[in-house]
Design a protein around this ligand. Structure first.
Ligand SMILES: *[C@@H]1O[C@H](CO)[C@@H](O)[C@H](O)[C@H]1NC(C)=O
Ligand SMILES: *[C@@H]1O[C@H](CO)[C@@H](O)[C@H](O)[C@H]1NC(C)=O
Ligand SMILES: *[C@@H]1O[C@H](CO)[C@@H](O)[C@H](O)[C@H]1NC(C)=O
Ligand SMILES: *[C@@H]1O[C@H](CO)[C@@H](O)[C@H](O)[C@H]1NC(C)=O
Ligand SMILES: *[C@@H]1O[C@H](CO)[C@@H](O)[C@H](O)[C@H]1NC(C)=O
Ligand SMILES: *[C@@H]1O[C@H](CO)[C@@H](O)[C@H](O)[C@H]1NC(C)=O
Length: 681
C-alpha cells in the first residue's frame, strides 16, 4: 500500500469517527416529536417502531441483478401482493465496479436506485445488504475479482489496509447515492446490514467496526444497522458488531428449534425485536446433485411460529431468478468443489420465471393471520412454446481469426499463468504448448492444481476432460514430439463461502506430460467471449463458412467440442406479444448460450438438475425483428450440427435448440444426495 492510499484510508476513518461523535451528541436532543418519518428499535417493547407505531416486518429477498430491469415492476408487485411489507436485496459490488478504476456501472439491471424506487411505489420498505461481501452463490461471494490482482496476498474481509481502502472507496461512491432513499429522508430503506454472516468467516471486529463507521458516516445515526449470522453462538459472537443490532438466520425448523435459534440472538441482543434475517423456503442447487426442495407445509408452519411470537422475518429467497452469464458461485462441500447452476430458482415462492407457486399462496395465508394483505392475487404468466431454432456451425475454437477476436493479448510464458495474473475475471483461457521431447506412448498429462475444468486437445483433436469436481487431474494422451497440446480452461465459478474465496483460476504452474514439466506456453485470454462481438462477427460472415483449418475428419472426431453455433429466429406475430420461454438443448452437453449478445448462462443438461435455461421476454425482440442465438459447446454437439456432415451431403435440419413452455430443473443427477452444507447465505 502506498502512502497516499494509506493516508486516504486513515483520513476517511478519522473523519467518519469524528462525524459519528458530533451526530451522536446531537441525537440525544431529538425527540419523538420531530415530524419527519422515523424507523427505530423499541428496546423496551422488543419490537420496531415505525413513525412511533409498532411495526413487524415480513420481508422477502429479491436480487435486482438476477432479473432484467423490465421485470422489476411485475416482480415487486407480486412481492407486495403476497402480503410482504418489505423486500431485501444484496448489492453486488463486483458488477457495479468491474475494474479497479473508479468507474461504476448502474446501467440496465444494475440500476439499484430504480429498483428501490419501484419497491417504494409498490408500498414496500427496503432492507439493504450492501456487503461488501454477500455470498449469494455469486462468483467470489460478490467481491470484485480484481482485488486478487491488485494485491495477490490481500486478506479479504479483514482489516487489511489495502482491502479496507478499496471497500471504503466503493462505499464512499455507493452510500451517498443511497442516502436520499433512507426512510427518514422519505425513501423506503429502513435498515442496512453490516457485512454478511461474518462470524462464519473470521472474528476481526476492527474490520466490521470500520464498516459500521463508514456506513454511519454516509448514512447518519438514525438508520438501523444490523448484522446477520448463523444461529450458532460462535458465529454470532464473532459476527456481531458493537452498536449494530445482531440478528440470526435459519430455515424451516420446529417451533422448539425456532425458540432456541432466537435464544442465540437473545444472548447478544437481550432486548429488541426477534429477527430471522434469512428464513429459507428452499435451498441452493449444485450441478450434478438433486434439485433442492422444501415443502410448503414446512415453510408455512415455521413462518407462522415466528410471526406468532412477534418475530420479524426475511424470506431468503422470495424470488431467486437467474445467475446469468458467468456470475454463479461455487461451494466447497466436504472438501469437494461444487459449482451452482445458472438457475437460482431455490424452490422459492416466486419461481425463477417470476410465477407464483403453491408456496407463495401458503405464505400469503399465514401473513394474513397477522396483518392486512392485498386481496388481489397474481397469476402464472403464459410462456412461449416457440419450438425449433435451427443452428449452423459458425467456427471451431482454434480458428486464428477467432482467437484474436476478443482483443485478448496472446501471452508467452515459460509456465502457465493464472487467470488472475492475466487479469481475466471470468470465462475461459486457452493454454497451448508444443511438445519438445519424445513422450512415452501413451503419456499421462497431469494438472494437479487445476481450477476448475480443462478440455484437452492434441493438434486440435479433442482428448477428454480434466475436472476438479471429480478430482480428475490426469489423462492418458497420445502426443508426439512436435505436436501441440491445448488446455481450454473454464472458470466454473469462484467459491462464494468460506476461506477459499480468494483462489486463483487456471491449470496451475506445474502441468506435466509423463515426468516432464511442460514449458513455453502460448496463452489466449478469451475471458467472457463477448457475445455481442461474436454475434456481430457471425452475422458478418458468408453463410457457407466452413472452417478450413479443421479437416472434416478432425471435426468428425471432435464431435463439436469447442464449437460455436448460430441461429436466427423471428417470433410469431401474435399481435406483437413476446412471452418468456425456456431453452432446451437436447443433444448438446455443456456450454454457454447467448441471445442477441446477452449471455444467458451455462447449460449442462447431461448432468442436471437444470435442463432448460430461462429466457425472459425482455431479452427477445418482437415480431418481425430477428433474434440471434449463439451456442458455445464445450464437449459434444448433436451429430447433425457438424459442418462436415452437411459437407458430406448429410441433413443439417437436425441441428437446433428448442424453445419450450416447460422449465425443467429437476433432472435425475449422477449424485443421489446433496450433503447439507453447514452454510447460510
Ligand atoms: C445538530 O443539530 C443541529 C440542530 O438540532 C443541526 O442544525 C445540525 O446540523 C446537527 N449536526 C449534525 C452533525 O447532525
Ligand atoms: C417458544 O417461545 C414462546 C414464547 O417466546 C412460547 O410461547 C412457546 O411455547 C415456545 N415454543 C416451544 C415449542 O418451546
Ligand atoms: C510437478 O508434478 C510432478 C508430477 O506430478 C511432480 O513429480 C513434481 O514434484 C511437481 N513439481 C512441483 C514443483 O510441484
Ligand atoms: C390479436 O388481436 C385480435 C384483435 O384485436 C384478437 O381477436 C386476437 O385474439 C389476438 N390474438 C392474440 C393471439 O392475442
Ligand atoms: C439474423 O438476425 C440479425 C439481427 O439479429 C440480422 O441482422 C441478420 O440479417 C439475420 N440473418 C439472417 C440470415 O436472417
Ligand atoms: C421441444 O420440447 C418439447 C418439450 O418441452 C417437446 O414436446 C417438443 O417435441 C420439442 N420439439 C422438438 C422439435 O424437439
Amino acid at each position: 500500500m502506498n502512502i497516499f492510499k494509506m493516508s486516504v484510508y486513515f483520513l476517511t476513518l478519522l473523519f467518519a469517527i469524528l462525524i459519528a461523535f458530533v451526530k451522536a451528541s446531537n441525537e440525544t436532543q431529538s425527540g419523538p416529536s420531530s415530524n419527519h418519518p422515523t424507523f427505530e428499535i423499541d428496546y423496551k417493547g422488543n419490537r420496531f417502531l415505525k413513525d412511533g407505531k409498532k411495526f413487524q416486518y415480513v420481508s422477502g429477498s429479491i436480487h435486482y441483478f438476477r432479473s432484467t430491469e423490465e421485470q422489476w415492476e411485475d416482480l415487486l408487485q407480486k412481492c407486495r401482493l403476497a402480503g410482504l411489507n418489505t423486500i431485501s436485496t444484496y448489492v453486488a459490488w463486483n458488477l457495479h465496479q468491474p475494474t479497479s478504476e473508479e468507474k461504476f456501472n448502474y446501467e440496465g439491471n444494475l440500476n439499484l436506485f430504480k429498483f428501490i424506487e419501484i419497491a417504494q411505489k409498490n408500498n414496500l420498505l427496503v432492507i439493504l445488504r450492501p456487503g461488501p461481501y454477500i455470498d449469494s452463490e455469486r462468483d467470489m461471494g460478490g467481491l470484485p475479482v480484481w482485488l486478487l490482482w491488485e494485491k495477490p496476498d490481500m486478506k479479504l474481509r479483514t482489516s487489511d489496509l489495502e482491502y479496507s481502502y478499496f471497500v471504503s472507496r466503493w462505499f464512499d461512491e455507493l452510500l451517498p447515492k443511497l442516502q436520499p432513499y433512507l426512510y427518514e429522508n422519505g425513501g423506503p430503506i429502513i435498515m442496512v446490514q453490516v457485512e454478511n454472516e461474518y462470524g462464519s468467516y473470521a472474528c476481526d471486529k476492527e474490520y466490521t467496526g470500520f464498516l459500521r463507521d463508514v456506513i454511519r458516516f454516509h448514512l447518519g445515526q438514525n438508520v438501523v444497522l444490523f448484522s446477520t449470522d448463523g444461529a450458532a453462538d460462535g458465529m454470532v459472537k464473532c459476527g456481531s458488531v458493537p452498536e449494530v443490532y445482531p440478528t440470526v438466520d435459519f430455515g424451516t425448523e420446529s417451533p422448539a428449534s425456532i425458540n432456541s435459534s432466537f435464544a442465540v440472538q437473545r444472548k447478544y441482543a437481550p432486548s429488541g425485536p426477534l429477527i430471522n434475517s434469512e428464513f429459507y423456503p428452499g435451498w441452493i442447487d449444485h450441478w450434478q446433485k438433486p434439485h433442492s426442495k422444501v415443502s410448503t407445509e414446512a415453510v408455512t408452519t415455521a413462518l407462522d411460529a415466528m410471526l406468532a411470537i412477534g418475530g420479524n422475518v426475511n424470506i431468503y429467497i422470495f424470488h431467486g431468478g437467474t445467475s446469468f452469464g458467468f456470475t454463479n458461485g461455487a461451494n466447497i462441500d466436504g472438501g469437494m468443489y461444487d459449482p451452482s447452476p445458472t438457475s437460482y430458482d431455490f424452490d422459492a415462492p416466486l419461481s425463477e420465471a417470476g410465477d407464483p407457486t403453491e408456496k407463495y399462496f401458503g405464505i400469503k395465508k399465514v401473513i394474513a393471520k397477522y396483518m392486512p394483505v392485498p386481496k388481489e392475487n397474481p397469476s402464472v404468466s403464459p410462456k412461449g412454446a416457440y419450438g425449433k431454432v435451427s443452428l449452423k456451425k459458425l467456427t471451431g475454437l482454434f480458428l486464428p481469426e477467432f482467437l484474436t477476436l476478443f482483443g485478448g493479448i496472446r501471452t508467452h510464458s515459460t509456465l502457465p499463468k493464472s487467470f488472475e495474473e492475466l487479469q481475466v475475471a471470468y470465462g475461459f483461457v486457452l493454454y497451448q504448448v508444443k511438445v519438445n521431447f519424445v513422450p512415452s506412448d501413451p503419456a499421462v498429462l497431469t494438472a494437479k492444481q487445476l481450477k476448475d475444468r480443462a478440455y484437452i486437445y492434441v493438434d486440435h483433436e479433442f482428448q477428454g476432460i480434466l475436472s476438479r469436481q471429480e478430482s480428475i487431474y490426469s489423462i492418458p494422451i497420445m502426443a508426439r514430439k512436435g505436436q501441440t497440446i491445448s488446455l481450454l480452461v473454464e472458470n466454473q465459478g469462484r467459491v462464494c463461502y468460506g476461506s477459499q474465496i480468494n483462489e486463483n483460476r487456471g491449470p496451475g504452474t506445474n502441468v506435466t506430460l509423463g515426468s516432464n514439466v511442460l514449458r513455453n506456453w502460448e496463452i489466449f485470454p478469451l475471458g467472457e467471449l463477448d457475445g455481442k462481438k461474436l454475434t456481430k462477427y457471425s452475422l458478418g460472415l458468408k453463410s457457407n463458412l466452413i472452417d478450413n483449418y479443421e479437416s472434416p475428419l478432425t471435426e468428425m472426431k471432435n464431435r463439436g467440442s469447442g464449437s460455436f453455433y448460430v441461429g436466427n429466429f423471428t417470433l410469431p406475430s401474435l399481435n406483437g406479444s413476446v412471452l418468456d420461454t425456456f431453452v432446451r438443448l437436447d443433444g448438446f452437453n455443456k456450454g454457454m448460450v447467448w441471445i442477441n449478445g446477452f449471455n444467458l448462462g451455462r447449460y449442462w443438461p447431461v448432468v442436471g438438475p437444470q435442463v432448460t435455461l430461462y429466457l425472459p421476454a425482455p431479452l427477445l425482440k418482437p415480431h418481425p425483428a430477428s433474434n440471434t442465438f449463439l451456442v458455445f459447446e464445450l464437449e459434444r454437439a448433436p451429430d447433425a450440427c457438424l459442418a462436415s456432415i452437411s459437407l458430406l451431403g448429410g441433413d443439417n435440419g437436425g441441428c437446433f435448440i428448442n424453445l419450450t413452455d416447460i422449465h425443467v430443473l429437476d433432472l435425475p443427477t449422477p449424485f443421489k444426495t446433496s450433503k447439507p452444507l453447514f452454510k447460510k447465505n
